[in-house]
Design a protein. Structure first.
Length: 157
């Protein structure tokens, strides 16, 4: 699998962010890269509203922590790159991101198979007092499912 070369990594974006809202938005993806579920308290408001939660996901910060855990339990070498990031008025941030990883653990109902994954997504989130309070997101879940359920995209033998 190739590393992200056309985007700044989440960690780079956290370090170079020009505002608190942009730093917090990038920090979310750094949590997914590092598997730092406990860091959710630093990034999300306790009553964060996820307008597109996974089926049966817990609400609030518990749901966001569980989401980080699912990704980290199911994938290794996870790297989020931020392709586009823009702060809008009133603390809103728009992100277009890319995730690459290897499917090495059970995830989304599929057993580990060492397939490479490479998907994009978009988030619109509101940051208030240094925490994400609302988030809308869209991911290429069909593409992810195809990559982890087939031999296509299989990593090196």
């Amino acid at each position: 699998m190739t590393a992200i070369t056309s985007a700044n990594t989440a960690r780079e974006m956290v370090r170079s962010a020009t505002s608190i809202a942009l730093r917090v938005a990038a920090r979310e993806w750094e949590l997914y890269d590092t598997g730092n579920v406990d860091g959710a308290d630093e990034v999300f408001a306790p009553d964060v509203i996820d307008h597109n939660p996974a089926t049966d996901a817990a609400s609030g910060i518990d749901g966001k922590g569980a989401s980080i855990a699912v990704v980290c339990d199911g994938f290794t070498d996870t790297q989020y790159g931020i392709l586009f990031q823009q702060e809008l008025p009133s603390g809103w941030v728009v992100l277009h991101w890319r995730m690459t990883a290897i499917h090495t653990g059970d995830a989304f109902g599929f057993a580990a198979n060492s397939n490479s994954v490479d998907i994009n997504g978009q988030d619109t989130m509101r940051v208030v007092d240094g925490k994400i309070t609302k988030i809308y997101h869209v991911e290429e879940l069909l593409k992810l499912t195809q990559q982890i359920s087939s031999g296509a995209g299989r990593g090196p033998a």
